[in-house]
Design a protein around this ligand. Structure first.
Ligand code: 2M8
Length: 443
């Protein structure tokens, strides 16, 4: 007897579940990463979200990025959070009264009409804009999507290669762990140790009202995040070299900067006019790739390492951030091959003990399979690696990773992150970028 209920395939389960999460998290002009834990708009989240949304609604995906860029500062920076004025101040910390961005307007040119944070996040946006455009080029052209966004994307990239080139070798430096998006990565432990934490009673961690303490950064980390962000604010969010107590060149941040520079070349070519020169972006992408390899590549480790700009030394911690330059087309082939070996080797365990690539070295003393960016596997990192594997011809590895990601996303209810060995859900559920990137892989 034929059963009336047909077994559902994994991609179709993933697609339907992801659509449900994304519509639940849509506010009307952008998507929150998570209703309870992150009730505002986050910068790199919106990039990843748009990449998935483009398959369901190219118009909504365009809107996601346009809403973010409406909060861009006059100096080109795209803030890491755009606050929703309808959400009570106590729902998330640090709230607008901490950042006071609209009051900083004169110096750095923060918009007066919207409240934002003052730090940034990895620049995935031009890549996202290009992928969104490609989902429906005719509709994108009708709305002038790329034409309107292109100058803003260029200003954003030039903020990073200009004022943020604190090391003086072309790469962008992050000035706060939040800017890496990998907030409590063990890579930040040595440079953060120099920062004296804000007093624990001076702020309230709203994240602990929604998240499990063992899955989140420690109070000591938070004290240091607050100290660094507060002192940046008190200096008017200025980026003069020598003024930042924390400055690090991060390979993941810079890999996305370069991938976005390549995307700007594609966008410039699609616009096809004199104001937009593809060659200029390609030249810049190549010279940044060269700077990345010469500054951050470690041949002994087969991995890119972070560089502490203030101490002028490479940090020895092995993080998944060091694998992400695999997304770059201009990487020397021997470097790409070494990165693939490292992903499968003892430190990241792909195809061995790890089902998904962990955020941090499985053998490292700072490794913790549950705690945020100190070990759990994240879907944006794995999505980028899957893409990089295909780019460098490792299709079988990419196929296996894709299947694991779909399985883990569905089984974990689109968790924020998962235990890299078991795939067990960690952090919040119904997390937007997990849904969006799973949706992208399901097709
Ligand atoms: C996490 O970071 C925020 C601060 O920006 C937090 O912990 O409150 C990170 O995982 C970051 O990468 C992400 O963009 C953000 C929102 O999903 O949450």
């Amino acid at each position: 007897v034929e059963s009336a209920v047909q077994p559902r395939s994994l991609p179709s389960l993933a697609y339907d579940g992801a659509c449900r999460v994304l519509s639940g998290n849509w506010t009307g002009s952008s998507t929150v990463p998570s209703r309870a834990l992150y009730p505002h708009q986050w910068s790199w989240d919106s990039g990843f979200i748009a990449i998935g949304l483009r398959h369901v609604s190219p118009a909504r995906a365009q809107r996601e990025l346009e809403t973010l860029f409406a909060a861009q500062w006059a100096d080109g920076r795209v803030p890491h959070i755009v606050f929703n004025p309808e959400i009570p101040l106590g729902a998330y910390f640090p709230s607008p009264d901490f950042w006071r961005s609209s009051a900083a307007g004169d110096k750095a040119g923060a918009p007066a009409s919207v409240e934002t944070s003052g730090v940034v996040q990895p620049p995935v946006h031009a890549l996202a804009a290009w992928l969104v455009h490609q989902a429906d080029p005719a509709a994108s052209a009708r709305r002038g999507f790329l034409r309107r966004l292109y100058p803003r994307l260029v200003a954003w990239q030039r903020y990073l290669t200009g004022p943020r080139d604190l090391g003086g070798h072309g790469l962008a430096a992050i000035v706060h762990p939040w800017e890496s998006g990998m907030d409590n990565s063990p890579c930040w432990d040595p440079p953060l140790a120099r920062i004296s934490p804000a007093a624990s009673g001076s702020f309230h961690r709203a994240d602990l009202d929604h998240g499990c303490r063992a899955d989140r950064p420690t109070d000591l980390d938070y004290g240091r995040y607050v100290r660094l962000a507060g002192s940046y604010r008190d200096r008017g969010y200025e980026d003069r070299p020598g003024t930042h107590p924390f400055a690090v060149e991060d390979p993941a941040f810079n890999a996305l900067l370069i991938a976005s520079e390549y995307a700007l070349a594609d966008i410039a070519a699609a616009l096809g006019d004199e104001a937009a020169d593809p060659a200029e972006h390609l030249v810049r992408a190549e010279s940044l790739t060269w700077a990345l390899v010469s500054r951050l590549w470690s041949e002994e480790e087969g991995l890119f390492l972070c560089r502490d700009v203030l101490a002028d030394e490479r940090l020895p911690q092995r993080s998944a951030a060091g694998l992400l330059p695999l997304v770059l087309p201009g990487l020397p082939e021997e470097v790409a091959a070494a990165l693939l070996r490292t992903a499968r080797g003892p430190h990241f365990g792909l195809g061995g003990p790890a089902r998904l690539v962990p955020s941090y070295d499985l053998t490292g003393s700072g490794f913790d399979p549950a705690r945020y960016w100190r070990g759990p596997a994240w879907f944006n990192v794995n999505w980028l690696l899957e893409r990089g594997m295909r780019l460098h011809g490792a299709d079988l590895t990419a196929d296996a990773l894709r299947a694991e990601m779909l399985r883990a996303a569905v089984a974990s209810d689109f968790a924020e992150y998962v235990d890299p060995f078991s795939g067990k859900a960690r952090g919040t559920r119904d997390f937007s970028w997990t849904a969006a990137l799973t949706l992208d892989l399901s097709l």
